[in-house]
Design a protein around this ligand. Structure first.
Ligand SMILES: NC(=O)C1=CN([C@@H]2O[C@H](COP(=O)(O)OP(=O)(O)OC[C@H]3O[C@@H](n4cnc5c(N)ncnc54)[C@H](OP(=O)(O)O)[C@@H]3O)[C@@H](O)[C@H]2O)[C@@H](O)CC1
Ligand SMILES: Nc1ncnc2c1ncn2[C@@H]1O[C@H](COP(=O)(O)OP(=O)(O)O)[C@@H](O)[C@H]1O
Ligand SMILES: [Mg+2]
Length: 280
């Protein structure tokens, strides 16, 4: 097992060439935010925006539109019941699904639409409720997809892998990852106070930083958005995912130097400045 180090940030974060435009930094669609959990998808979208995705769209319950735009007018909106959502999905480089999605019949339909329409040149990041839905129905896992990144916390991983938290050893986790995604290119980001990242080729990484001030609702939603932003602009590599995990905790540690609590939105606020320090 290897520790993720600061070097991953200099390796991944690139200075932007002058002759570039928003289309060069990736299109991300975030799907989630039921009537009760709008904040989750707003925080994920803010994280994707602040981590540098070129174009960001959010498919959510209509009730979330005003809050989303009041907070981040840079982000585009589509009602998640809009028939055009399927066409929009097809234009995306990255789809992040799950923060605040909920688990009703409609959420199931959305997952099924993603599963049927996503393609080999797209990245899918599954978090929160989306993971609970694939736990209940493996047919919702797409076979034609470029990369799937799953970001469960330990209880979500228990539901998906059937491994109880105290039995979530590295070897059991690797076996489960391969069993759940037999043919797909898949990365498991198993979140905890020291998040582990697993690949199907038996690579294991541990995140040595982060702090308990980060134990605040919305922290995982923010990580999902950063992974979306990093894979959209720096590519569908393991390194992009490792860098996202590391910078999320690095920001958390910097905020915790003089704050008892770390707000997820403050992590997002810190990203543009942190990224400029590591870009080369
Ligand atoms: N502002 C918003 O809109 C927000 C909306 N959100 C949305 O809410 C939805 C539900 O997501 P969820 O994560 O809150 O609920 P769930 O999956 O039931 O997990 C909690 C259970 O697991 C247990 N547990 C054990 N180990 C654990 C661990 N390491 N980390 C965490 N939990 C651990 C834990 O144990 P306990 O606390 O009882 O000790 C408890 O029994 C989802 O769609 C999400 O996006 C949130 O993002 C917050 C902000
Ligand atoms: N004690 C802790 N130390 C370090 N990181 C933590 C700690 N508690 C939570 N985190 C981080 O916060 C995030 C929590 O994710 P999650 O439970 O999905 O949050 P939410 O669903 O509320 O957004 C993960 O990235 C996890 O690593
Ligand atoms: Mg979560």
């Amino acid at each position: 097992m290897a520790e993720i180090t600061e070097d991953i940030l200099t390796k991944v974060i690139k200075k932007r060439p002058s002759n570039s435009h928003k289309g060069n930094y990736g299109r991300v669609l975030l799907i989630g935010g039921s009537e009760n959990y709008g904040g989750a998808i707003i925080m994920a979208a803010e994280a994707a925006l602040n981590s540098g995705a070129g174009l960001i769209s959010v498919a959510t319950h209509a009730v979330n539109l005003d809050a989303l735009h009041a907070r981040n007018p840079e982000v585009m909106f589509i009602d998640w019941r809009d028939r055009n959502l399927v066409n929009l999905m097809k234009k995306m480089d990255v789809i992040v699904c799950g923060p605040g999605l909920g688990s009703g019949t409609f959420a199931l339909q959305l997952m099924s639409t993603i599963c049927q329409n996503i393609s080999q040149n797209q990245i899918l990041i599954l978090d929160a409720s989306a993971l609970d839905m694939i736990s209940q129905d493996a047919k919702l896992i797409p076979t034609q997809v470029g990369l799937v990144v799953i970001t469960p916390h330990q209880m979500e991983w228990q539901r998906l892998s059937q491994i109880r938290i105290s039995y979530q050893t590295d070897s059991a986790n690797l076996d489960a990852l391969k069993k759940i995604f037999p043919t797909q290119n898949a990365i498991l980001v198993l979140k905890s106070n020291h998040t582990h990242v697993y690949t199907k080729s038996n690579q294991i990484f541990v995140n040595p930083i982060g702090n308990p001030g980060m134990a605040t609702g919305g922290m995982g939603d923010t990580l999902a958005g950063i992974i979306g932003g990093f894979t959209a602009q720096f590519g569908d590599s393991l390194d992009s995912v490792l860098a996202a995990v590391f910078i999320h905790s690095l920001a958390g540690d910097k905020i915790a130097e003089n704050n008892y609590v770390v707000r997820p939105t403050e992590i997002s606020a810190m990203l543009p400045q942190l990224m400029s320090q590591y870009a080369n």
